[in-house]
Design a protein around this ligand. Structure first.
Ligand SMILES: Nc1ncnc2c1ncn2[C@@H]1O[C@H](COP(=O)(O)OP(=O)(O)OP(=O)(O)O)[C@@H](O)[C@H]1O
Ligand SMILES: [Mg+2]
Length: 223
């Protein structure tokens, strides 16, 4: 479902004399449906960068990325939007939202984009917010003033609202207490059992042990 071949990446720092920083070369990995692959490697090794390239936020310098039968490198904006709407979910480390949009709408939004009815989308959003222990009194408020852990859980609810066939999770359990971490791991296990291909970054060893079928060390792709 997720296929990466010979991927390379460097950053050009235009505001610092055009310095070129190579971060990755020859990155190759696959994630099958129903499988969770964990990315490991020390801080700064390029785990999040690899994820951002797969999501099409960062441009790869070379190589191939395929999600199902869609190529990400060289995709048109329209193709990328469609891929993100239907096929590829991404839970980033930090929630980024439009100010003043209520939490329940933030979570329901991916479903509304797919043409799911307002009632159904809201119902699914509320179900996830409940499971992730976001108090009901917060649902009608914007998450911008929420605590770090609350924002992370809203982000996760949003990422799991639609049953994406492929999911990218960047430290989804990082700032959560034990009870909520357990909920997130259960959501990941459920996604796997419905056949989703999951690529995750987990700093927490026990989380990794519980959900990852395999680990890929990105330091092997150091330039
Ligand atoms: N937008 C950017 N511009 C310049 N350099 C960047 C950019 N994004 C990432 N880098 C560099 O790429 C390298 C990899 O960063 P990345 O965030 O992918 O690491 P990571 O493995 O996710 O680390 P962590 O475990 O700390 O989250 C770092 O040296 C970082 O400084
Ligand atoms: Mg990172």
């Amino acid at each position: 479902m997720i296929q990466i071949e010979n991927l390379s990446k460097s950053f050009t720092l235009h505001n610092q004399g055009g310095a070129v920083i190579p971060v990755m070369c020859g990155a190759t990995l696959t994630v099958e449906p129903g499988e969770c692959v964990g990315l490991i490697g020390q801080s700064g090794a390029g785990k999040s960068t690899l994820m951002r390239m797969i999501y099409g936020n960062y441009l790869a310098a070379g190589g191939q990325i395929r999600i199902g039968n869609v190529g990400v490198v060289g995709a048109t904006p329209r193709e990328l939007i469609r891929l993100r709407r239907e096929t590829l979910g991404y839970v980033s480390q930090f929630l980024r939202v439009v100010p003043r949009v209520p939490t329940v709408d933030v979570v329901a939004d991916p479903l509304l984009q797919l043409g799911v009815s307002e009632r159904q989308a809201r119902c699914r959003a509320e179900e996830l917010l409940k499971r992730l222990n976001i108090p009901e009194r917060l649902w009608s408020l914007s998450p911008t003033t929420f605590s770090g852990g609350e924002q992370q859980r809203v982000n996760i609810a949003r990422g799991f609202a639609h049953p994406y066939p492929a999911l990218l999770l960047d430290e989804p359990t990082a700032s959560l207490d034990a009870a909520n971490r357990k909920v997130v791991l259960t959501l990941i296990e459920e996604a796997k059992s419905r056949g989703a291909a999951v690529l995750g970054i987990f700093h927490d060893q026990s989380a990794r042990d519980q959900v990852c079928d395999r680990l890929v060390d990105v330091t092997a792709f150091a330039p």
